[in-house]
Design a protein around this ligand. Sequence first.
Ligand SMILES: *[C@@H]1O[C@H](CO)[C@@H](O)[C@H](O)[C@H]1NC(C)=O
Ligand SMILES: *[C@@H]1O[C@H](CO)[C@@H](O)[C@H](O)[C@H]1NC(C)=O
Ligand SMILES: *[C@@H]1O[C@H](CO)[C@@H](O)[C@H](O)[C@H]1NC(C)=O
Ligand SMILES: *[C@@H]1O[C@H](CO)[C@@H](O)[C@H](O)[C@H]1NC(C)=O
Length: 507
Amino acid sequence: MRRRRSSGDHPPLTSSTAAAALFLSLFLPTAGAFTVTVSDSGAPSALVDAPQTGFSMKRDGGRTDPKEQKAVYEIMKATGNEWATTIPDVCKERWHGIECMPDKDQTYHVVSLSFGALSDDTAFPTCDPDRSFLSPALAALPHIRALFFYRCFAGNPQPLPPFLGRLAPTLQSLVLRDNAHVGPIPPELGNLTRLRVLDLHANRLDSAIPASLASGLSSLRSLDLSANRLSGPLPDLPTDSLNVLDLSNNLLAGPIPPSIGSARSLIKMDLSRNRLTGPIPDTLSGITSLALLDLSYNRLSGPLPDTLTTGPVSLRTLILKSNPMAGTQIPPQGFSRLKNLTVLVLSDAGLTGSIPDSLGRLPALRVLHLDRNRLNGTIPGSLRRLRDLKELRLNDNRLVGPIPFDREMVWRMGRKLRLANNSALCCRPDDEGGRDRDADPEETASFLLGIGYCDPEGVPGSGTATATEHFLSSDGPSPSEESTSSLPVSGGRRIGRRVLVWNWDDP
Ligand SMILES: *[C@@H]1O[C@H](CO)[C@@H](O)[C@H](O)[C@H]1NC(C)=O
Ligand SMILES: *[C@@H]1O[C@H](CO)[C@@H](O)[C@H](O)[C@H]1NC(C)=O
Ligand SMILES: *[C@@H]1O[C@H](CO)[C@@H](O)[C@H](O)[C@H]1NC(C)=O
Ligand SMILES: *[C@@H]1O[C@H](CO)[C@@H](O)[C@H](O)[C@H]1NC(C)=O
């Protein structure tokens, strides 16, 4: 067996390396989903199962602490890995999924244990799902820093044992993902004061979030309790060091406490898919490092706090979709200070009023969803300046007037440009959008997805141009359903002559 050993000297993880690890997990979602353990050397490993750098235990030098070896046998038996109990020295003949470190007397201590098939090429021991359990022997590993159990107990759902709170104070990372754990989060977890990563994603935990987590876990950098059935209010969370907070997909209710604004190191905050009510606290603008804010699918009310539109200037992704913020308007200066904003999703948020020009001053914007609101007025010509825009949804609003995009922009977005079900959008063959005046009008119209020409005499948006009362769009793979409901009978002849219907006959 090839032995891998990690470096014997192990400086404490510095905040900058931890931040780098978390940064990876944010912006390389596929590679980083499990950027959760801290490798023995103190350097963050990009993946939990990435090859460890290190050295081999010298043939005769050192042995595993006998008490810890016994505990490891118990833990391995409890996961259906009896094979491990025949290994004479677990740190010497180690497998992928156990990490050990020597002390100055060459006694080896277990610092990390990992279980579960993360991917096809991961070699962590897997658990026998029908009889595995978390062995109390875990509390007999005084040097343990990281525990990782992934899909281990699915056939034998069990509560999280309170003895987890008695794991060694050296523990920095506790990951129990996709394990079908039931019942409450034990308040005892708040005793793990050195914990940097707590990840209980995708279980069936159904308590409130214990207040002890807030008071006890002062070193926490990443808290992921997403995809459970947690209820009750959002507690005041440990805030100073927290980089990642993911409580999405639970049943959390009540307001977002304004104190959340004191989590000044947050990079990602995902509270989506809960039952949160009340306004969005304007203290969020104080989180100067925040890159992702997702509050979608809650019951939050308006208005949008002014401060959110001016900061945090670090925001890259802002998702407020599906909240009943009825009557909320996008402020005239709308988000224009958020120069790094790439994704802005405000669909189905009860927005009224018009789309401000200032949205065209977000140079990094790639995705803009304003669909399913009650936005009126015209589409601002400034949106033409969004050269990186890949996806624009303005469908299901009350917009009128000319579509200000040129042919290149329409082509670029293709089916990701959605304009269906507005009041009276139309296309101007001679607008300043760079389209070729001499181009065949039928062909030009085809670029605009079947939307009729503006009536030359009609004031844009006056609604007097029969041919522009309704239009078709590329919304969805086949527009035929929409087409039948929105094709105006009165203007039919004119539309028939002048408007090509995108995909009308697409097989
Ligand atoms: C651990 O936490 C629980 C509940 O939060 C508390 O009652 C208990 O005294 C703590 N135990 C230790 C050893 O600190
Ligand atoms: C915007 O992004 C750039 C490039 O990624 C980065 O250097 C800059 O610090 C960001 N600005 C803010 C305010 O976060
Ligand atoms: C748009 O709607 C707002 C309120 O919902 C209204 O005050 C305004 O007059 C409307 N503007 C247009 C151009 O219809
Ligand atoms: C058109 O959009 C409005 C919302 O602005 C929505 O209520 C209505 O159901 C939509 N109509 C169709 C046919 O989708």
